[in-house]
Write a protein that binds this ligand. Structure first.
Ligand SMILES: [Zn+2]
Length: 91
């Protein structure tokens, strides 16, 4: 009776090992997950916009947004926007 139990356990272990081996061969999905870590990668740069007056590049969130002739323009400051507007009027 004990011998039969032992053979059953050995059989289960073998089946389990074969299952693990088959899974490793046919479904290598565990390795793929390593290429997609859960941690978010830091944003390595915000969208930059160019000031058309002084030609400085400013991050979009810091830019002074203004509409000129129906077109959205970004400036480093309101001062540049005023100067650009004045200069544009002269032409
Ligand atoms: Zn500027």
């Amino acid at each position: 009776m004990l011998g039969a139990m032992l053979r059953l356990i050995v059989a289960i272990v073998i089946v389990y090992l074969v299952y693990r081996l088959a899974k490793a061969i046919f479904l290598p999905s565990d390795e793929r997950q390593e290429h997609f870590p859960g941690e978010p990668t830091p944003i390595d740069g915000e969208d930059m916009v160019q000031d058309p007056y002084c030609n400085t590049y400013i991050p979009l969130s810091d830019a002074y947004k203004a509409s000129i002739d129906g077109k959205i323009c970004y400036f480093c400051s309101q001062e540049c926007f005023e100067k650009y507007k004045t200069e544009k009027r002269k032409n």
